[in-house]
Design a protein around this ligand. Sequence first.
Ligand SMILES: [Zn+2]
Length: 415
Amino acid sequence: MTLVRKFIVNLLHLKDIFVCSYQFRHRDKELHLFVKPYKVGCRCPHCGRRGAIMHISSSPRMWRDIPVFRWTVFLCYQPKEIYCTTHGRIQEEIPWADPYARITYRFEYALLVYCQLMTQKAAARLLHIPTSTLSDLLHQSIVRFRDRHRIRGLRSIGVDEISYCKGHKYATIVYDLDRSCVVWVERGKGRDTIDLFFEYCLSGHQKEQILWAACDMSEAYIGAIQEHCPNVKLVLDRFHIVKAINTALDEVRKEQWREASAEERKVLKGLRWLLFKRSSTRSKKDSRTLHALEKGNRRIYRAWLLKDEFEQFWEFKTRWAAERFLERWTTSALRTRLEPMRKLANTLRKHSAEIVSFVHTRLTNAVAEGLNRIIRIIKNRASGFRTLDAFADIIFLTVGDLDIPAQIPGKFRTV
Ligand SMILES: [Zn+2]
């Protein structure tokens, strides 16, 4: 081996690959390495035994490798077809890449890790490829690994919806709440979408194993969970109930704002976020402003009082106390003439069993909300995703139940 070749082999860490020659293409800034998988003979990909060469492909194949400084590196080789006594006619083993891939394992690993850490645009720049090529490669990798993957040991699930394409479209996400990861993503937020998950991803036994589920007050999710999981204890998620109460309160505020005269509006100004504040985060001044509403605008004050009272619900330790509270709360909400609050009270009554379940289980989608926050950060970092495929790729890569970079053979996991 010449000194330069030895230097290249060491520098690029091509330990198990035999480099026959190299070529620097100055115009394209490319380094082509003409390599051989093994110094002597060709091996069967299944049993590793040497086989007789049957056919040599006419055109050399190129695999993109990790770039070095300004050089884009390619491995070049003409794969041979061999005859193995056990496995018959077969393409020889290519140890540095997946059988049909056009990139090396090392490159694939770098791509996956970079995409976890930074935007696809930045990753593409570091890897010397166009962003569109990078998204395609990423999608291929993720589909390849996820196709082989099966969901295992699901006990507690969370179901939630997430928007993409600038909030125009929705997807349903299923979380594993014990392991805090995403197990499934699919477009749509209706019953037919969530049914797909239970019908195609879980066996009958797996559905029986699901003991806890948390979701929002959407009939589609509640219906599907109750139908498919016989042993489940469904808990309506705390986060979503609080959100629903806040939404109802905000509707009352908006209604009053529309009807108010210029003079009356002065009192209502700046209320929007103040009304949502929990008692623990309110300052004395906030409380004073809110209590002034009693004289300023009785309808908003009434709605806010209801919202504020409901905070107690999360403190109950016994079921009967929580039930009694919910009963009283909904009764007083129904007595008001605030339409959004009455509507909400009816919904809460309908699902009271699932809401009260919280007292014992303390199960919330908090884990899912945490993951959602990460997903939102990714979404903002990429300034949105237009297709669900691209979005789901990144979700699975960063918060999925399968550690995708760890699927690359160990010795190639270096960046
Ligand atoms: Zn073989």
